[in-house]
Ligand binder design. Structure first.
Ligand SMILES: *Cc1c(COP(=O)(O)O)cnc(C)c1O
Length: 360
């Protein structure tokens, strides 16, 4: 039976990438050893590190004023590092809340300095993103932080707010490299790799160099973006295998035609499931408002928690795994990241129609 992997993260990886990694595992480029066993100072790993950054920047259309850093500690470490590096006593960190991850980012900043909620969709139970006009920034904002795609609620910004001269920062963990966008509008973007671009263990941090130059200097070296940047992500031992896989995943995205092709593929995948929700006469109820629906995490409910349990179990028996909603919100969540094949969404949509017919 084919497995259809709807896990939220760690998540499905492109089959071709896993096969390439498998083929190269024991003998990397004729060196008689695995890349797992090589020094991170070797010319082989330096090439991987450089390639991953160069490919990343090329896909995002970024120039010399940007760098891509590879760091550890997940997006959760970035919640804290962002505030530690850029929040000063006289400034205020601004956050827009569109779901659970934005709340967590804010909680970390609160431990470090002054914060302000520029807009929140919490009252509506996080079904939408605020209208651009609804953002109210504080005095002396250090930065404005958004979560481009809220993985738990299934809410995505269709277009990004204009922060003017205020540095715009985004957690893009669950939709990075899933669609084209103007990355040059952001001062800093971070993304744990394990949703869309690789395995867990590495976090990509895309930074405008002039923004990093303004960061606090009174930081432990390992927590300083300046240190990581100055050392090309090789200040200490990086997660070499994770970066190697990220490089392969980005090459795979290039091979499919880049971000525009990826966005088209993702939109078609998402439409297969959202159309099924919308055509179910209310049996399935989508969580997000239509204009804010995520093409990465499709969240919906069934008429009862019992039916949701039955749905997850029956889907699992047919090879569709990972469909239970996040433990904090319940319901169903189909995570359909870049690497998930369109056929898996077709199979899920058919299963949903059959399930509704038998249980509606
Ligand atoms: C998964 C996720 C996180 C947390 O990532 P970790 O790597 O576990 O720290 C943060 N933000 C978003 C948007 C996520 O999807």
């Amino acid at each position: 039976m084919t497995t259809h992997n709807f896990n939220a993260g760690p998540a499905v990886l492109p089959r071709a990438v896993l096969e390439r990694a498998q083929a190269e595992l024991l003998d990397y480029h004729g060196r008689g050893m695995s890349i797992l066993e090589m020094s991170h100072r070797s010319k082989e790993y330096e090439a991987v590190n450089q390639s991953a950054e160069a490919r990343f920047k090329a896909l995002l259309g970024l120039g010399d004023d940007y760098r891509v850093l590879f760091m550890q500690g997940g997006a959760s470490a970035q919640f804290a590092l962002l505030a530690l590096n850029f929040l000063r006593p006289a400034t205020t960190a601004n956050y827009v809340l569109t779901g659970s991850w934005g709340e967590k980012a804010l909680e970390e900043a609160k431990r470090i300095g002054a914060t302000h909620v520029a807009a929140t969709a919490a009252e509506g139970n996080y079904r939408t993103v605020p209208a651009p006009g609804d953002l109210q920034l504080s005095e002396r904002p250090a930065y404005l932080h958004i979560t481009s795609n809220e993985t738990i609620q299934g809410v995505q910004w269709p277009t990004f707010p204009d922060s003017g001269a205020v540095p715009l920062v985004a957690d893009m963990s669950s939709d990075i490299l899933s669609r084209p966008f103007d990355a040059s509008r952001f001062a800093l973007i971070y993304a744990g790799a394990q949703k869309n671009i690789g395995p867990s263990g590495v976090t990509a941090v895309i930074v405008r160099e002039s923004f990093v130059a303004e960061a606090r200097k009174d930081m432990p070296a390992i927590f300083s973006y300046q240190t990581i940047l100055k050392n090309n992500s090789l200040y200490n031992t990086p997660p070499v295998y994770a970066v190697y896989l990220v490089d392969l995943v980005i090459a795979w995205i290039e091979g499919l035609g880049g971000l525009t092709a990826m966005a088209e593929r993702n939109a078609a995948k998402a439409a297969a499931i959202y159309d099924t929700i919308d055509g179910s006469n209310g049996f399935y109820r989508g969580h997000a408002e239509v204009a804010s629906r995520s093409p990465m995490n499709v969240t919906f409910r069934l008429p009862s928690p019992e039916l949701e349990k039955q749905f997850v179990a029956e889907a699992q028996a047919q090879g569709m795994v990972g469909l239970a909603g996040h433990r904090s919100v319940g319901g169903i969540r189909a995570s359909i990241y870049n690497a998930l094949e369109p056929a898996s969404c077709t199979v899920l949509a058919q299963f949903m129609r059959d399930f509704a017919q038998h249980n509606g």
